[in-house]
Design a protein around this ligand. Structure first.
Ligand SMILES: C[S@@+](CC[C@H](N)C(=O)[O-])C[C@H]1O[C@@H](n2cnc3c(N)ncnc32)[C@H](O)[C@@H]1O
Length: 230
């Protein structure tokens, strides 16, 4: 299908991109240096509290941290990403780890070609900020579309919680300085990517048809929303 001339091209990545498996491996390692990925997975699976065999979607899966944990827990997992190299990595890693097969699709929030009302839950970590706010609403409506009624959505991302009346710049500097090994990436994130404010994100989630069940602020700049499709 041809893309209208006003359509955001999500295949043209903003921010950091990775050219080969070695770079992805290094990225995965750096991520693991400041995140407790295993703990995140346990928390997310516990929040979903779904029986094995449930249908799970990870959007912007990257190295598939959650997709692989969900597959290991016996879920039927689909993982999508706009980066072919990430999908190559996740397939190789899942095979190396002896996991049940994970379905992959080269697509993103705006281009996912998935059946409506199919998934029990969806999760996305640190990917939605790749889209400008106007496109985040399109993205979140697409997530809602592929979820069953009552289906759950966990969104983890960099979202700025700036108190009313305060300047956002100190929050930007604080975020850029919060990861000593990744200052360049963190500063580039603030300068070039599309992380937004909490009040915008919450309005977008609600307008896309989600009820926000909980909101957590696990570390500097990151928010976790656990939502339910109404
Ligand atoms: C910072 S990585 C996060 C990866 C993984 N979710 C995690 O938590 O470690 C962001 C990922 O989002 C993907 N991405 C970028 N734009 C996207 C879009 N429009 N739709 C889906 N994924 C996208 C990138 O290719 C990349 O793999």
């Amino acid at each position: 299908m041809t893309r209208p001339d006003w359509q955001w091209n999500e295949m043209q990545q903003v921010g950091t991109d990775y050219a080969d498996l070695a770079q992805v491996e290094a990225y995965d390692h750096r991520m693991g240096s400041f995140r407790d990925v295993a703990a995140e997975n346990r928390e997310d699976l516990a929040k979903f509290n779904l029986p094995s065999g449930s249908w799970i979607l990870e959007i912007g899966c990257g190295t598939g941290r959650f997709a692989r944990a969900a597959a290991a827990a016996g879920m039927n997992v689909t993982a999508i990403d706009v980066s072919p190299i990430m999908l190559e990595f996740i397939k190789k890693k899942a095979a190396d780890e002896g996991l049940p097969p994970i379905a992959t699709q080269h697509s993103g929030f705006l281009t996912m070609d998935l059946p409506a009302a199919h998934f029990d839950a969806a999760l996305s970590g640190a990917a939605l900020h790749h889209l400008p706010d106007a496109w985040k609403l399109v993205a979140l409506r697409n997530v809602a579309r592929v979820l069953k009624q009552g289906g759950q959505f966990i969104l983890r991302d960099v979202v700025f919680a700036v108190p009313d009346g305060e300047s956002p710049e100190p929050a930007f500097e604080h975020f850029a300085g919060a990861f000593p090994n990744m200052r360049v990436e963190a500063a580039r994130h603030v300068a070039q990517e599309f992380s937004t404010y909490d009040w915008i994100m919450e309005g977008l989630l609600q307008r896309a048809g989600f009820e926000i069940l909980s909101r957590e602020n696990p570390s500097e700049g990151f928010l976790i929303y656990h939502c339910r499709k109404l």
